[in-house]
Design a protein around this ligand. Structure first.
Ligand SMILES: Nc1ncnc2c1ncn2[C@@H]1O[C@H](COP(=O)(O)OP(=O)(O)OP(=O)(O)O)[C@@H](O)[C@H]1O
Length: 313
């Protein structure tokens, strides 16, 4: 059952999107917080792009709804508050940088030409260069500048940093962070690169099998999850199966290798037997554990056993 509209930059409520071959999203709910940068992470096919295109008003919901700042998104018109940059960054290759700016200005009732010109100059994009002659990184920066020109309150970026070299990634990231900080806009961006999320995002959402399996502030997740390390399958005190002291209802991931076993638990554990230590989980370990926990048919060879409960769901 769907619930009431709330005043949030983005409210996704029990969203379902069905394609001919099945559901891409099902019972997907999420609320973004104002002025924050949220990373949307998930394995290939998790439904990230589908969620973003529905939020941008480019694809209808089959079930549930998406709302932006309290008004429901539909496919008849792009919500004026939303800027969307798709994965393939559609730009006309034969047109020049200046042509693209003029077209964007013509198509958008709100368009900050001064901002776009400044961003394009900072990116050292020659105004007369045809888009087809620009590098991938330059094209990405042009597309981001045009999206920012709409002065969106909510900017949705589908893998904005994919295919960029480290320097171009850094520059794009800086451009985005500076604008987000200056304007207070809310950003939702999908990414596969966890190290970038740690540096640039406030919140993290993990999507798997079309639904949200983890949602939290990046700086709180490392306190929330506890990583335990103990003996592996080889040796006198070998770990076999799930140790009884681990709370199975909060155990996100148990990984038993020949030399060591690691367990990620949502919340603290009162009793830890000798031979086991507790360490601070990195964001990468938290993300990987959740991705493993949601992967169907998780690895289960004798050398690499993964027991996963998906404790967040
Ligand atoms: N136009 C479409 N027609 C049919 N099925 C689709 C379409 N778009 C996406 N899907 C299916 O929906 C599911 C989710 O795809 P989606 O592209 O949203 O995932 P994603 O998380 O963005 O993946 P990736 O990380 O690979 O970009 C997949 O099973 C995909 O095959």
């Amino acid at each position: 059952m769907t619930s009431a509209l709330v005043q949030a930059p983005l409210q996704v409520d029990d969203l379902g999107v069905r394609f001919r071959r099945g559901w891409a999203l099902r019972h997907c709910s999420l609320t973004l917080r104002e002025g924050r940068i949220t990373a949307l992470v998930g394995p290939n096919g998790a439904g990230k792009s589908t969620l973003m295109t529905v939020a941008a008003g480019l694809r209808p919901a089959t079930e549930g709804f998406v709302a932006v700042h309290g008004s429901r998104v539909d496919t008849r018109a792009i919500h004026p508050a939303v800027g969307f940059l798709a994965q393939d960054k559609p730009l006309y290759k034969r047109r020049t940088v200046d042509d693209m700016i003029a077209m964007a200005r013509h198509l958008n009732p709100v368009f900050d030409l001064t901002l776009v010109r400044r961003l394009v100059t900072e990116a050292e994009l020659p105004p007369s260069a045809r888009v087809g002659t620009l590098s991938g990184g330059q094209r990405s920066r042009l597309a981001l500048a045009l999206a920012l020109g709409r002065r969106p309150a909510l900017l949705i970026l589908d893998e904005p940093l994919a295919d960029l070299d480290p320097l171009a990634r850094f520059e794009m990231q800086q451009m985005l962070l500076t604008e987000a900080m200056d304007t207070g806009m809310t950003v939702l961006l999908s990414s596969h690169i966890v190290s970038e999320i740690q540096d640039s995002c406030d919140d993290l959402v993990i999507l798997a099998d079309g639904r949200v399996v983890l949602d939290g502030a990046v700086d709180q997740l490392t306190d929330r999850f506890h990583l335990f390390i103990g003996p592996g399958t080889v040796g006198a005190d070998a770990t076999n199966g799930t140790p009884e002291w681990l709370p199975t209802d909060r155990l996100v991931d148990l990984r038993t290798l020949p030399r060591q076993t690691t367990a990620l638990v949502d919340g603290p554990v009162d009793r830890r037997p000798p031979g086991w230590s507790e360490e601070t989980a990195t964001l990468e370990e938290i993300v990987m554990a959740h991705l493993r926990s949601t992967r169907s048919g998780a690895a289960s060879s004798a050398a690499d056993v993964t027991v996963s409960n998906g404790a967040d769901r």
